[in-house]
Ligand binder design. Structure first.
Ligand code: SF4
Ligand code: SF4
Length: 216
């Protein structure tokens, strides 16, 4: 896949770098564009922006380019980039933070199936405290409409007893649900806060510009 040439289509937001650094708990500003993160990344070949390009766009405050990119959804959170970064930028945590910011800011995920999988995975863990692979698979297949792919892997796994028919519920699952509810409440508060901030900046700019681009 040919990579995007960096250009800023809709201006920049100076506060974006700080927002991302706070959310990710890492100093994206330290990135000096050596490219080791991209060289370490096992899925960079399908990304529309290389990991170091994402870091640069964050530094520049290019909120829209970053949050509508496919890269943030295709990142597999393997942390190879974070481990190899000579500036100790936690690139994986940054990608995670960008996904959260994209959702909160109302961007439609550029990779809808990945976002759907994330959501079902989390619901599955919240309900029982442990991942139930078969339940995850069935829910994902039904909701995505992608019924028949991966049968060549799934059927042998079932035959060999690798997919348990019923979920195993951990002790203390109620406490886990409380944690999930707290996180949801915090996210909702963050959405309200960012919506309020957006309205203020819109008012200051005399109206919100139309946002273009695929995947939102
Ligand atoms: S490895 Fe670190 S310093 Fe190098 S480009 Fe990636 S994030 Fe930046
Ligand atoms: S964490 Fe994401 S960006 Fe980093 S190497 Fe793994 S897949 Fe690539």
């Amino acid at each position: 896949m040919s990579k995007a040439v960096l250009h800023l289509s809709e201006g920049t937001e100076p506060g974006f770098l700080r927002e991302v650094e706070q959310e990710a708990g890492t100093r994206v500003s330290l990135c000096y564009q050596c490219g080791k993160c991209a060289a370490s990344c096992p899925v960079s070949f399908v990304m529309d922006l290389e990991p170091y390009q994402v870091m640069r766009l964050v530094q520049l405050g290019a909120r829209d380019e970053v949050l509508r990119s496919r890269t943030i959804w295709l990142c597999a959170s393997c942390t190879a980039c974070s481990e190899r970064c000579p500036r100790e930028v936690d690139v994986a945590a940054t990608m995670d933070a960008l996904r959260a910011l994209a959702r909160r800011s109302g961007y439609r995920p550029a990779e809808a199936q990945v976002a759907l999988f994330h959501g079902i995975f989390l619901d599955n863990v919240r309900d029982t405290g442990r991942l139930h692979e078969l339940g995850l698979m069935v829910r994902y297949k039904l909701r995505s409409g992608d019924l028949f792919s991966d049968l060549d892997v799934g059927l042998p796994m079932m035959r060999h007893g690798k997919l348990k028919p019923t979920p195993h519920r951990i002790r203390g699952v109620e406490q886990l649900r409380v944690l999930f509810a707290r996180v949801r409440a915090r996210e909702a508060a963050a959405v309200r806060q960012s919506t309020g901030a957006d309205r203020e900046s819109e008012a200051a700019a005399g109206g919100r510009p139309e946002k273009g681009g695929e995947g939102r």
